[in-house]
Write a protein that binds this ligand. Structure first.
Ligand code: GLN
Length: 491
């Protein structure tokens, strides 16, 4: 009993907790309480959450304990999970990090939320994010900045910064994020946790507040690769509520954990090792290559020739789609409405002027411009054409290799305030993650070490459409053999 009291249950992984829940040595209520104890002690410093759901969580935990006793447990029954505040939760405020949705209470659950509920998960709360998921640092939220648990003066990455910080700080066991251009993988890398963007179409986006519909995906943020597989098992699948979700077979992702990668070919795209990449990140990649070779994989040089256009293409396509998606926030149908408008148009103007923050407005203007007649051909259409070339780069590359390996980010976490007033510098943070969204393929970021000043570094693997299993296989083989000690941030 005394040993039980000394253990911090909130530090364990999903699969570690599953065992303890099943053998009866631990209850979901105990785990959930340990998570909220942790939140009480560190949340003021980190600010991972916009909304906490303690009362309903304890109720869900009791229900989960009943279900486990009945022998009716699912993979996530009794596990405390955090949800990015872009996912609709019935009866629970969903803000998307924006003033314009400050008081929006959805009347329904997103499909992924319903799937987690059905599996018996416990919802800890809604995590902080860049406003409308536009950003790479979680500094643009209307609800304040999330700090990196490894260094509170630095950003956690974004836009799913709250989801990554909450996992890294043990303020939940796992979380869901969304990734339109890197928003799961980049914060996962900067916070030292695992993050996966599934294939476009693998996970339903029904009930996710839309940012750029041809790029958006929902995915897990977890403490290790096995947990990522467990989360993928629960959230994947076709859904009539999202016409882009694909009715493809879903493998048991857990089966890919602990399989070897002997004989695999890993492509290293030379275009990803450009000037400006931090030398410590470059060293970490070289070290990873050695480990993969020791495991029997062959690492080869490949080319993705259109890589240099990714940032430009993404920052035309994403804002264009955003400008259309965000037209619905007019002060009539959702959330915030400004007072004092003289007529309907004036009310729209006042509502959108004060309801959206600077970055969101910048994107709406960029997008409206590139879609407008006379400019459409030069910008949006041209970007779509180059996007097709980027995709065909990957099709060609995967003829030569099983997976592709790149750094997840060009630098470790930067300081709060360092880039927020320089959009171009901020956009360049996404240089290695945008391409998978543009091509629709899956990508995962896995911790691969620390800088000399103890900041986490992440490595990214990419695979062909619907080959998430391969990503989990190589990521877990690497994780098990990399001998990187599992450290915890001191808070
Ligand atoms: N940082 C990128 C952007 O600002 C990607 C965001 C995302 O993936 N949601 O658009």
């Amino acid at each position: 009993m005394s040993q039980k009291n000394n253990m911090e249950f909130n530090q364990l992984t999903i699969h570690e907790l599953q065992e303890k829940l099943r053998d009866g040595s631990l209850t979901s209520v105990e785990i959930t309480e340990s998570v909220y104890r942790r939140i009480a002690s560190v949340e003021e410093k980190v600010h991972s959450y916009i909304t906490l759901m303690e009362e309903t969580a304890i109720g869900q935990a009791r229900e989960a304990d009943r279900r486990i006793k009945e022998g009716n447990a699912d993979e996530l029954t009794g596990i405390p999970i955090a949800l990015k505040d872009i996912l609709c939760t019935e009866g629970v405020r969903t803000t998307c990090g924006s003033r314009i949705l400050e008081n929006f209470i959805p009347p329904y659950d997103a499909t992924v939320v319903r799937k987690l509920k059905d599996a018996g998960a416990v919802f800890v709360g809604k995590t902080n994010m860049d406003e409308f998921a536009m950003g790479s640092s979680t500094e643009t939220s209307w609800f304040g900045i999330t700090k990196n648990p490894w260094d509170l003066e630095r950003i956690p990455g974004g836009s799913s910064g709250g989801s990554a910080a909450a996992v890294a700080a043990d303020e939940c066991i796992a979380s869901l994020g969304t990734d339109t251009g890197g928003s799961i993988r980049q914060p996962a890398a900067l916070c030292g946790v695992v993050g996966m963007k599934p294939t476009y179409g693998r996970v339903s986006r029904f009930g996710m507040v839309a940012f750029a519909s041809s790029l958006d995906q929902i995915g897990p943020v977890t403490k290790d690769v096995e947990d990522c597989a467990i989360m993928m098992n629960v959230i994947s699948g076709h859904d009539t509520g999202d016409s882009t979700s694909v009715p493809a077979e879903i493998p048991d992702y857990r089966k890919f954990i602990s399989r070897d990668i002997r004989g695999w070919t890993v492509g290293i795209p030379r275009e990803y090792f450009v000037e400006g990449i931090d030398p410590e990140i470059k060293d970490a990649v070289d070290e990873t290559i050695k480990i993969l070779e020791d495991l029997g994989a062959k690492c080869i040089d490949i080319s993705l020739p259109h890589t240099e256009y990714c940032v430009a293409v993404y920052y035309i396509i994403a804002p264009s789609e955003a400008s259309s998606n965000l037209a619905r926030y007019d002060g009539v149908r959702y959330g915030f409405r400004a007072t004092g408008g003289e007529d309907l148009l004036d009310m729209y103007k006042k509502t959108r002027s004060s309801g959206f923050g600077a970055e969101v407005k910048r994107r709406i203007m960029l997008g409206t411009y590139s879609l407008s007649s006379g400019y459409y051909d030069a910008y949006y259409k041209k970007a779509s054409q180059v996007r097709a070339l980027i995709k065909s780069d990957f099709d060609n590359a995967f003829k030569k290799c099983d997976v592709i390996l790149t750094p997840t980010t060009p630098t470790p976490a930067f300081r709060i305030g360092e880039k927020v007033d320089d959009p171009l510098q901020m956009y360049l943070c996404d240089i290695f993650t945008l391409s998978t969204n543009l091509a629709g393929i899956p990508g995962i970021s896995v911790p691969c070490g620390y800088t000399r000043t103890d900041l986490p570094i992440g490595i990214q693997f990419m695979a062909k459409h619907f080959e998430e299993g391969k990503l989990l296989q190589i990521a877990s083989a690497y994780e098990k053999n990399s001998k990187i000690e599992r450290r915890r941030p001191e808070l």
